[in-house]
Ligand binder design. Structure first.
Ligand SMILES: [Zn+2]
Length: 454
């Protein structure tokens, strides 16, 4: 009989200790330790004889690369983020808030993969519920097996029976191993179960896709503990009030983390959005103050999005600041720059900022559009919807250059914009004759203000 032992785990970062600690030496948080009972076992938890050992030592001359046969998912946006399909033997984590559509994304992917045998394990739903959801999405293109199961020992029995080419587990928080007594979703369970799936993936070459829930305030430690173990961490994000979803790679051992995938959530599943700009800009035909279009680039792909601001006199003593899809600290900084360097009195105003579609953008080139949208609302003069912006703002109000400016201009040209505002420092290397669009190069924010509203 295995001996039970008690350990204390930091619920924030997964640090393990044999006694309770007030402050975690790993992440520095206070009061995060919780007791979990771990049963020590002598035998390895996983046994699988069916598949040949995936990795054997090779002479370095015999090691080849660049030809790893990835499994294409037949979902362009998903493949783009993965770097061209699923790598054999890899362990992937798909994280995101509950209800954002992670299960739909993976079920849809499972349905679309061709000529493979897939096993979809769900600890969240029954087989009937999975079937009902699958029926709404589409027909399976491959041998897709589904099972409702929560214990890893049983899951590996199913794996043994089915011998899948790809294993999907929804979600890691509902899965537990018999080796540990603590409840599913606890740090020790998540860590142990993830390790078991990793061992399975590495020894058989069968890739494993895990779903992990992340709450908005990041209280669930699971995904953080897993990040070190898995080969890739994909995050599925978006505003639940909007239809758009972004798939991002936060970590990817087999590809870049710069690419994003964009989807639209429909009743019938997720629709890929290969040309986000046309999609996100199509809604505006009237000219309203407070709106400005940013020519951003996410990964290698240009994405034009609308920034909306509302600036009004503060009704209550303390001015309110709210940003949806944009970093609050960045907004505060931009407002301070506009106030200090350009003399726009925003200190006593409420400022609300919204990125259309609920998208979150990391590209600093959105700064100028944000600043101009705030200014537009403040003076109540609309910016033409045929004008777009691509520049970063510095602390002294200087308009700074951004990467890939030619690509942004070319895309603006293609989408039919009449004018694009860029930094003077981006202008030097530019061949204006190549574009029909008017390029306005500015060096400080006041110049942009005068050009737009004077
Ligand atoms: Zn910690």
């Amino acid at each position: 009989m295995a001996k039970a032992k008690t350990y204390y785990f930091c619920q924030e970062c997964g640090y393990q200790s044999s006694n309770w600690l007030g402050r975690c030496p790993e992440c520095g948080k206070f009061g995060t330790f919780a007791e979990e009972v771990v049963k020590a076992t002598s035998s390895p938890a996983i046994k699988h004889s069916g598949k040949q050992a995936f990795s054997t030592p090779k002479k370095i001359q015999d090691v080849t690369y660049g030809e790893t046969k990835r499994i294409p998912t037949h979902c362009g946006e998903f493949d783009r983020v993965l770097g061209g399909g699923i790598v054999p033997g890899s362990l992937l984590l798909l994280g995101g808030e509950p209800g954002i559509g992670k299960s739909t994304l993976l079920l849809q992917t499972a349905l679309a993969i061709r000529d493979r045998k897939l096993l979809y394990v769900s600890g969240e739903e029954s087989e009937q519920q999975i079937k009902m959801r699958a029926d709404r999405i589409g027909e399976p293109q491959a041998d897709l097996y589904v099972v409702s199961e929560t214990v890893t020992q049983r899951i590996f029995e199913h794996v043994e029976a089915v011998q899948p080419d790809l294993l999907i587990v929804d979600s890691i928080q509902t899965i537990s191993t018999e080796d540990i007594d603590s409840p599913s979703g606890s740090v020790s369970q998540i860590r142990q179960c993830t390790s078991e799936f990793q061992h399975y993936a590495k020894t058989t070459g069968v890739p494993v896709l895990l779903i992990g829930h992340i709450t908005k305030d990041g209280t669930l430690a699971g995904p953080k503990v897993m990040e070190h173990i898995v080969d890739a961490v994909l995050q599925f994000e978006g505003d639940r009030n909007y239809g758009y979803r972004i798939l991002r790679a936060l970590k990817n051992r087999f590809g870049s983390t710069a690419e994003i995938g964009i989807f639209e959530m429909l009743g019938t599943g997720l629709r890929e959005v290969p040309n986000p700009s046309e999609f996100l800009l199509s809604q505006r035909d009237e000219t309203l103050s407070g709106a400005a279009v940013a020519a951003t680039v996410e990964g290698a792909r240009p994405m034009f999005i609308e920034v909306q601001s509302l600036v009004s006199s503060a009704v209550y003593g303390t001015p309110q600041r709210n940003a949806n899809g944009f970093d609050m600290r960045r907004l505060s900084m931009l407002l301070a720059v506009l106030e200090k360097r350009c003399g726009f009195k925003l200190g006593a105003k409420d400022v609300f900022l919204n990125i259309a579609g609920g998208l979150r953008v990391n590209d600093p080139a959105i700064d100028l559009a944000v600043a101009c949208s705030v200014l537009s609302s403040n003076v109540d003069i609309a910016i033409s919807p045929r004008i777009c912006f691509a520049a970063e703002l510095g602390l002294s109000g200087e308009v700074r250059p951004v990467s890939r400016v030619e690509q942004r201009i070319a895309e603006a040209d293609r989408l039919g914009f009449e004018k694009i505002f860029i930094s003077k420092y981006n202008e030097r290397s530019l061949d204006r004759r190549r574009y029909n669009i008017e390029i306005v190069a500015v060096s400080v924010i006041e110049e942009a203000f005068r050009a737009l509203f004077a």
